[in-house]
Design a binder for this molecule. Structure first.
Ligand SMILES: Nc1nc2c(ncn2[C@@H]2O[C@H](COP(=O)(O)O[C@H]3[C@@H](O)[C@H](n4cnc5c(=O)[nH]c(N)nc54)O[C@@H]3COP(=O)(O)O)[C@@H](O)[C@H]2O)c(=O)[nH]1
Length: 794
């Protein structure tokens, strides 16, 4: 039976129930003094509910359930249980009984009666806190072991030290003030650290109350060790401050079904979104979403939160001022000690600037800085998708390569700024002619590419490209000059010409290459035959350089005959390529390639050098006035210091310049007549002879012709082809007359028949060359012919 904490009132009585002795609790319980009790019987104090029966009174109550009422001195009646036990089982000492009185539940004795019986010493020592009693001088009167431990001090040291010295100096004034308050107001409390003799610091929550010991006023109280709480608080504080000061916007929402009401937002959130906590507390953060945007992302977030899982997403939100921002959002569940998700914490990062920067970088990486058009990378990406699309939806698309003709000439003559202006203007024209969905790209200096998608048929593509070609070739005004660009366009179709970007690009490139060789400013579609031609062209290009280095080129010399004397007076040097595998390759095949690639310059130099060597050999044969002519390409003619280099070659071989003739085609001269005039003048000044080749095909104007400082004109062989039956005879006659009027000599080429020869003689032509007399010969055969003075028969 647990009687604690009730006081145990124990009477000792004799067999008749006369009270012999009793403890203090008996007096407290019933409110009698010792003098009152002395001599009483137990019946006076306890009114038993059951009479004792026949036995002697006390003996009858041993081992019985005795219940009754204590009749208190002040008249109150306390229900009690009473246990009666003999004091001794020794028969000799029988007759005295212990009567233990226990108040029944609900009927406790007054509080003060209980407290008086408390073992205060034990209690104070057993307290889970420090205990102290302090007098008005600030010295300890009472304390417990816990206080000694906290102060790391011995019992005898404590009363001699003023309590304020148990604290840090900064806290002492506050401590004194709190103790005084307790004396004045009855109580006070405060938190402070006790500092031990050896420096141990312990945080306490002190409770201080006024009391008195006898007549001595004092305060007493407890100090609860709050170190753990302080640490926890500190940790929380740091975390709270961290959230508060975080540059990332933080929003904490309550996890309440599907509603995620905002409970907290930090200042960074307010700064990024423009919303204060007061504006949005209790709302679901979804209100910041941009209407109709990122619907999939938002559904994904909802699903994750529904599963109470974390989620990361990048989506667009709207600030309070209506501005849209990119939000890199990370949401994580917050779990309580029971493992339940009570909240979600969202970390918002405004990545708008990074996004813009990223986009700018992306734009730079995918666009040409000069024109703003797509670059090769973007083109390839789009082409890849366009081919897939066309294959899937059975539509036709086209890839057109546009190369500006003679762009280098524009740069060289008008400067790079003018060149840039032309490129920008062309880019604008291309864009204007294309739909939004199509792509216009610039992939090289003067190379543009058009990606045209979803076309119904090839005719439509051809029409569009012709319109574009015409628009590109409209004059551009740059650097105060009117520049007329031209463009060669090569087109491949997809998926017909290939099922991947690489094939389609190569096909368009081949087609463009072909367009260039077709005389520029035209548009060519890719075909497999065309590919073969281009392939060959490329092969030639690759091996022509080697041919020049490895001396695979040889010169043939076609004799030129004076029509009046029949004497061989010169020869035209014609180059041939003795290919180690393919045999002799005609200049008609490789000269255009050499022109295109620039190899014509070293090739032409080699021809002149070789022709000079042949002239020197003729000198050795003591043949006077023998002239060898070489064909010049326009590119050679435009070479800076061409005349100087020619002079050096002639000097090196020791050749009289008058023995070398340079043949330039009429069309080359008329391409840029002013420039040509200047170069021809330089050459003329050197003393070389000049001749206009293929005359009659190049629409020379008479005024230009008069100014060209040439010696010969060569009638193009097409005019003689059908002599004597053709109307061209009139032209041939006119050319001869024109030449003579201009004081020029006239030579006819491609003379194959007796009739042609007669016609030329009849019309006073000066010289001829052609198969009728001789094809091109080796140098040695030519020398033999000249040595034996072979002549054209009459
Ligand atoms: N820039 C350079 N061009 C050169 C050089 N060597 C030649 N060429 C040019 O190549 C074109 C083709 O030349 P080729 O195949 O040598 O043909 C020449 C003659 O063989 C041919 N010819 C001569 N007589 C007759 C004939 O009676 N009938 C006939 N059908 N053809 C004949 O004519 C070509 C010479 O033409 P031309 O130059 O116009 O006098 C050609 O355009 C050459 O110019 C070179 O070193 N550099």
């Amino acid at each position: 039976m647990n009687l604690s904490p009730l006081p145990l009132a124990v009477f000792v009585v004799d067999a008749a129930g006369v009270l012999k002795s009793w403890n203090k609790a008996c007096e407290q319980l019933a409110g009698y003094t010792a003098a009152d009790i002395r001599g009483m019987t137990i019946d006076r104090i306890i009114a038993f509910d059951e009479p004792a029966g026949g036995k002697p009174r006390m003996a009858a109550r041993v081992d019985a359930e005795n219940v009754g009422t204590v009749i208190c001195a002040d008249g109150r009646r306390l229900p009690v249980r009473v246990m009666v036990a003999p004091q001794s089982f020794d028969p000799d000492q029988s007759g005295t009984y212990s009567v233990i009185v226990v108040p029944r539940a609900g009927q406790l004795p007054p509080r003060y009666a209980l407290i008086q019986d408390l073992p205060v010493d034990d209690l104070i020592e057993a307290l889970p806190c420090v205990f102290y009693v302090i007098d008005q001088s600030g010295h300890l009167l009472l304390w417990n072991r816990q206080l000694e431990e906290a102060l790391e001090m011995d019992t005898e040291d404590l009363p001699t030290t003023n309590v304020k010295f148990f604290f840090d100096e900064k806290d002492r004034a506050m401590i004194v003030e709190k103790i005084l308050r307790a004396f004045e107001d009855g109580s006070s409390h405060h938190e402070a650290e006790l500092v031990g003799k050896h420096g141990k610091r312990t945080a306490f929550l002190f409770q201080c109350s006024r009391t008195s010991l006898g007549n001595l006023p004092c305060v007493f109280g407890t100090g609860l060790d709050i170190t753990a709480r302080k640490h926890a608080e500190q940790g929380l504080l740091v975390r709270e401050r961290a959230i508060y000061s975080s540059l990332n916007a933080i929003v904490i929402t309550l996890c309440d079904g599907n509603e995620h009401r905002i409970e907290y937002v930090n200042p960074a959130f307010e700064q990024i979104t423009g919303y204060t906590l007061a504006d949005i507390k209790g709302r679901n953060p979804r209100f910041m979403g941009l209407d109709g945007c990122d619907l999939d992302e938002r559904a994904r977030i909802r699903a994750a939160l529904g599963r109470k899982e974390g989620v990361r997403s990048v989506l667009r939100n709207v600030r309070k001022n209506g501005e849209i921002f990119w939000n890199d959002l990370r949401i994580d569940p917050v779990v309580n000690l029971d493992g339940e998700v009570t909240h979600f914490v969202g970390v918002i990062s405004d990545i708008t600037e990074a996004r813009h920067y990223e986009r700018r970088l992306h734009h730079l990486a995918h666009h040409d800085p000069l024109t703003g058009l797509a670059n090769r990378t973007l083109l390839q990406e789009r082409l890849h998708h366009a081919i897939e699309h066309a294959t899937r939806h059975q539509t036709v698309g086209a890839l057109a390569f546009l190369d500006l003709d003679n762009f280098k000439h524009i740069n060289d003559n008008f400067g790079h700024e003018a060149g840039d202006a032309v490129l920008r203007e062309i880019a604008g024209r291309l864009r204007e002619n294309m739909r939004e969905d199509d792509t216009v790209a610039r992939v090289g200096g003067d190379e543009f590419v058009l990606l045209i998608c979803d076309q119904p048929d090839i005719e439509r593509i051809a029409d569009l490209l012709e319109r574009i070609r015409r628009s590109v070739t409209q004059p551009v005004v740059a650097a105060g000059q009117e520049i007329v660009p031209g463009t060669s366009i090569g087109v491949s179709l997809f998926p017909n010409d290939g099922d991947n970007p690489d094939k389609i690009m190569r096909a368009a490139d081949s087609a463009m290459y072909h367009a260039k060789t077709m005389g520029k400013n035209n548009c060519q579609f890719y075909s497999s035959e065309l590919n073969q031609i281009v392939h060959e062209h490329l092969l030639l290009e690759a091996s022509l350089g080697r041919a020049i280095r490895e001396h695979e080129l040889v010169l043939g010399y076609q004799p030129k005959v004076d029509l009046r004397t029949g004497k061989v007076v010169g020869a035209e040097a014609l180059v041939r390529w003795q290919h180690p595998v393919d045999g002799t390759i005609s200049p008609e095949r490789f000269i255009p390639v050499a022109e295109e690639t620039g190899l014509i310059v070293p090739l032409g130099e080699w021809v002149i050098d070789e022709a000079c060597g042949a002239l020197k050999a003729m000198d050795a044969l003591a043949v006077d006035d023998f002239v060898i002519s070489v064909n010049l390409s326009a590119r050679q003619l435009r070479q800076r210091q061409f005349a100087d280099r020619l002079a050096a070659t002639l000097a090196r071989h020791g050749i009289n310049p008058g023995k070398l003739e340079l043949e330039v085609t009429e069309s080359q001269l008329m391409d840029r007549p002013e420039e040509a005039m200047e170069v021809l003048a330089q050459l003329k000044a050197l003393g070389v002879r000049l001749s206009i080749d293929d005359f009659g095909t190049g629409y020379s104007s008479l005024s230009h012709l008069q100014k060209f400082p040439v010696d010969f004109i060569k009638i193009d062989r097409s005019f003689l082809r059908d002599v004597p039956h053709d109307g061209h005879l009139v032209i041939t006659r006119a050319i001869i007359a024109l030449g003579h009027n201009l004081k020029l000599k006239v030579i006819a080429e491609g003379v194959e028949t007796r009739e042609q020869l007669t016609f030329l003689r009849d019309h006073d032509c000066d010289q001829m060359q052609g198969y009728y007399f001789s094809p091109a010969l080796s140098q040695q055969t030519l020398q033999e012919m000249v040595s034996r003075d072979a002549r054209l028969p009459d």
